[in-house]
Design a binder for this molecule. Sequence first.
Ligand code: KIV
Length: 275
Amino acid sequence: MKNTVTTLQEQKNNGEKISMITCYDYSSAKIMEEAGVNTILVGDSLGNVMLGYEDTLQVTMEDMIHHCAAVSRAVKDTFVVCDMPFMSYQADVSDAVRNAGRLVQEGRANMVKLEGGVEVCPQIEAIVKASIPVCAHIGLTPQSINAFGGYKVQGRTEAAAKKLIEDAFAVEKAGASMVVLEGVPAKLAKMVTEKLSIPTIGIGAGKDTDGQVLVMQDMLGMFKDFVPKFVKQFANMGDVMKEAFESYIKEVQDGSFPGEEHTYDIDEEIIEKLY
Ligand code: KIV
C-alpha cells in the first residue's frame, strides 16, 4: 500500500498506529520498505549518527538533499519526510519555502519537517501554500539545545505544558499535516494527541501518540555514544557488525578469505604464455 498524507490521516482516524524510522541511505531504506514501515524520516540526526557531529546544528541543506535523494531512490510505497536543517527556515519565510522546495525537487521528499511551534507558523503557512506538506516538531527540539541548555524533557511545568499545547494547536492551524512530539511527558503527549485532528508521532513521548519514531542506529544498537531513556534496542547490530568485521580481518590475515568460490578463473595456457 502506498503511504500518503491521506492514508496517514486515515490511520489516525481509524486508531491504527503509524510507524516511522529515521534513515539516511539507500540500502537501509530498501530493507525498511520491505519490512513495511509507513514512513521514513530523513532526520537531521544524520549529523550525529552518520557524520559524527556533536549536535545537529552543522547539518546543511546539501547534506539533507544528498541523503534524502538516496532514501527516495530506494522506496516506492514508503512516505518520505525530510528535515529542514538549522537556519534553512528560521530567518526568513521565503528562504523556508525555497529550501522546502529543494528538499522536494532534489531530495524527492514527500513532506518536510521543521522544528518549532508558534514562532514558525508563518513558515508553515507559506510552505503549505506552495503545496508542500509539513510536519511540525515540538517539545524537545534538538536545533534549540543551546537555548534549552541541553537535551531536557520539555513541558513539565504548568507554563511549559500550556506552551506545548499552544504550539500544537498553532502548527495544526497553520496547516501542518503531522506533528512530532519529542521528549515530553506521556500524559501531556496523550492529551495533545486527543486534542489534535492531525497525527502525532512520538519519540520519548509515551505510547499514546498516533505513531512512533526512533533513530535507526539507536533502535539497532549501532550508536552507543549516547543512549536516551526512550530508546529500545530491537537488535544489537553493533555487536553483530563487530563480530563480522573481526571474522573478516582474521580470514584476511590467515589467508582463508577469499576462497575458491569467490575467485575468478583464467585458462592455464594463457597464464603460462604470460610468464
Ligand atoms: O532528526 C531526527 O532524527 C528527528 C527525530 C528524532 C524525530 O528529528
